[in-house]
Design a protein around this ligand. Structure first.
Ligand SMILES: Cc1cc2nc3c(=O)[nH]c(=O)nc-3n(C[C@H](O)[C@H](O)[C@H](O)COP(=O)(O)OP(=O)(O)OC[C@H]3O[C@@H](n4cnc5c(N)ncnc54)[C@H](O)[C@@H]3O)c2cc1C
Length: 346
């Protein structure tokens, strides 16, 4: 029976070979450098809300990032530039920006994890993503063995992706966000959020109102961590929304038959983004669908695979595989996992 992984929101996975809890950026760099010099495997972990760790655990050192701090480094006509340490809890940072009267991150309220992990998969929700406000990312580059500052274009941000994802080259140390000194939010881009706020898409409204509304919407979907709610013992969305070429989209539409037409959004270069949750439901996996061994689809959100207690990573991945294969057989679309899989495969 594997030891429960205490540092992930899924509460799954085996033990670490060693654990280093670090609160100083210099220590982080020194520890990563030492591991590279000695050829030891090292895993950077912060909030543990976007990883699936195998039942055998991680044989090397797990570096738990606990660096803290937020400071204003520029205040000009372009807005306020905040530099946040990688280990700063993301939602505390978002709340802090709203208290300071800054807009730009309000729709990203309630997302678990750390500020430093947000560039990894270009964290996004309710029409905002961090690529909209990141100005620079301060990293330790394991290849060149130096601390570097990467500009926005160098980060290669795309939908739930960046140069940092699935690469162990970079350790994010600090992130610079350019926010606007405004009590009014950035334009509301997401229809469901606009509806709940009673505004039109593209309108602005109070930043604090947007935060409150997003938190309410997220809680209703089990998307705000709550130790009392097993629906939140997840990694959030387990699969990304598939982005299909125009040709593949036509092929999918041919296979829809009685499933009805899914909602879809135009994506870059003539592609189409389709909600994974819609495909999963129409393939026969509804909310609450249980796999064998203590895992199930959340009762509130089809995209969240949850650990109900007494489960294993193997059981979770078996359920994920069943869903992925069911969607592929029904619609010919292959779903891809959003979290980073460590010592396990789907
Ligand atoms: C209930 C719930 C809701 C969620 N909702 C959303 C959502 O709305 N939108 C969204 O985008 N995500 C969402 N997520 C996913 C997750 O919260 C984010 O991806 C978050 O940014 C992960 O942060 P973390 O600190 O927990 O990262 P971790 O899980 O600790 O790490 C994730 C990956 O990033 C790497 N990493 C972490 N920090 C660093 C660093 N400083 N330098 C280099 N690599 C690093 C790790 O090695 C790992 O590969 C949700 C998760 C849960 C549990």
């Amino acid at each position: 029976m594997p030891v429960r992984w205490a540092y992930t929101t899924l509460r799954l996975g085996g033990p670490a070979g060693a654990l280093a809890v670090l609160s100083e950026t210099d220590e982080v760099v020194a520890t990563v450098r030492a591991a590279a010099d000695s050829g030891q495997p090292l895993l950077v972990l912060a909030g543990g809300s976007n990883v699936v760790i195998g039942d055998a655990g991680f044989p090397g050192t797990v570096l738990l990032l606990r660096t803290r701090g937020v400071r204003v480094v520029d205040h000009s006509s372009r807005g306020v530039l905040l530099r946040v340490a990688a280990g700063e809890p993301w939602d505390e940072f978002v709340a802090d920006t709203i208290e300071r009267g800054l807009s730009g991150l309000e729709a990203l309220s309630g997302i678990p994890g750390s500020a430093g992990a947000t560039p990894i998969q270009n964290v996004g929700a309710y029409g905002q993503e961090v690529a909209h406000t990141i100005e620079a990312v301060h990293v330790y580059d394991r290849h060149s063995d130096e601390v570097r500052v990467l500009s926005l274009p160098e980060c290669g941000f795309a939908y739930r992706s960046s140069i940092f994802k699935h690469s162990d080259r970079w350790v994010v140390l600090e992130v610079d966000f350019r926010l606007q000194a405004a009590r009014q939010s950035a334009p509301v881009r997401y229809a469901e959020l606009a509806r709940h706020l009673g505004v039109e898409v593209g309108d602005r409204t109070g930043v604090a109102r947007v935060r409150e509304t997003v938190l309410k919407l997220r809680a209703g979907k089990g998307m705000v961590l709550d130790p009392e709610d097993p629906d939140t013992r997840s990694v959030g969305s387990f699969f990304t929304n598939p982005v299909l070429s125009a040709q593949d989209w036509v092929a999918v539409q041919d296979r829809l038959a009685d499933a009805g037409e899914p909602p879809s959004w135009p994506a870059p270069n003539g592609t189409v983004k389709v909600p994974a949750a819609w495909l999963i439901e129409r393939a026969g996996f509804g909310k609450g669908y249980a796999g064998a061994g203590g895992v199930a689809i959340s009762s509130k959100h089809t995209l969240a695979l949850t650990h109900r207690g007494g489960g294993t990573t193997t059981a979770l991945l078996d359920l994920a595989r069943e869903i992925r294969d069911g969607v592929r057989d029904r619609f010919g679309v292959v779903l891809h996992p959003e979290p980073v899989l460590v010592n396990c495969v789907l």
